[in-house]
Structures are given as structure tokens and as C-alpha cells.
Design a protein around this ligand. Structure first.
Ligand code: GDP
Length: 141
């Protein structure tokens, strides 16, 4: 079992001043932060990150948004990290997200939904590798 996941605080949440509040939620939910950095993706990087969605009608809108400003990428550790983080962030559409989830409290819309979470252990490893080298992941306190 893999106890790591990949998370991102998306540009809408950074722009809206929610970066600190979302980091608090991560810590309160007992995730260990193995790595964190502020990035600004290029359009090409965003297209690479979301390549799985390239045939979807919202691909251009999504990758333009994701490259529109600063974001914070995080490698997180917790038991069953992938599902634990998906539970913490809530449904993709904030209108469907349950009370207390990050998307319910901080998302702007279906597209600009505050945070990203890997959807499988396999994708978590790929996405962590997209932004972090091994030496940037610090597991000892
Ligand atoms: P996630 O795993 O919950 O992030 O959801 P998906 O993998 O289905 O979609 C990836 C991201 O694409 C979502 O988090 C949204 O930012 C965006 N997205 C999904 N559906 C739509 C849509 O209908 N319109 C737009 N503009 N963006 C969307």
C-alpha cells in the first residue's frame, strides 16, 4: 500500500488568499507534508500535467486556468493518503461537495475548484515525480 498522495492548491485559491487556510486543513487532517513548493505552470506544463483530459471539451479552459497564476504543489503522507485526501477535498463540483470539505469552503466553481488530489496510488507517484525530485521529499521530522 502506498501512503503518499499528490495535492495542489490551485491558482484560484492562492489568488483568493486561501493558501494558509488550506495548509491548516492539511495539517489538521494529520497529513505529513513531505514536500511543498510554490510554482507557476506554463501552459505547456499544465497540458502535460492534465494530458489525460486532452480530449475533453474543457481542456483549454482548464490548462489556461491552471497556468494563470501561482499554485502550491504538495507531496503528502498519511495512511491511505489518496482516499483520505479525496475525502478531505470533497467532490469535483463544489456545489456537490459535502460540508467541511475544502472545495465546499474554498472553491469558486466546477473548473476553479481550489485544490487537486491524485485519484490513484499510481497517479500520485507520477504526479509527485512531475514536480519533485526524491531529495525534495523529506520524511523525517
Ligand atoms: P478531480 O479529480 O476531482 O480534480 O476531477 P477530474 O479529474 O474529473 O477533472 C480535473 C479538473 O478539471 C477538475 O478538478 C476541474 O478543475 C476541471 N474540470 C472538470 N470538469 C470541468 C468542466 O466541466 N469545466 C471546466 N472548465 N473544468 C472542469
Amino acid at each position: 500500500m502506498n501512503n503518499r498522495t499528490f495535492a495542489m492548491i490551485k491558482p484560484d485559491a492562492v489568488r483568493n488568499g486561501y493558501m494558509g487556510k488550506i495548509l491548516d486543513r492539511i495539517i489538521e487532517a494529520d497529513f505529513k507534508i513531505l514536500g511543498a513548493k510554490l510554482i507557476r505552470m506554463t501552459k505547456a506544463q499544465a497540458e502535460g500535467f492534465y494530458a489525460i483530459h486532452r480530449e475533453r471539451p474543457f481542456f483549454q479552459e482548464l490548462t489556461t486556468f491552471m497556468s494563470s497564476g501561482k499554485a502550491m504543489v504538495l507531496a503528502l503522507e498519511k495512511e491511505n493518503a489518496v482516499s483520505a485526501w479525496r475525502d478531505t477535498i470533497g467532490a469535483t463540483n463544489p456545489a456537490e461537495a459535502v460540508d467541511g470539505t475544502i472545495r465546499k469552503d474554498f472553491a469558486t466553481s466546477l473548473g476553479e475548484n481550489a485544490v487537486h488530489g491524485a485519484d490513484s496510488d499510481e497517479n500520485a507517484a507520477i504526479e509527485i515525480g512531475f514536480f519533485f525530485t526524491n531529495s525534495e521529499l523529506i520524511s523525517n521530522e
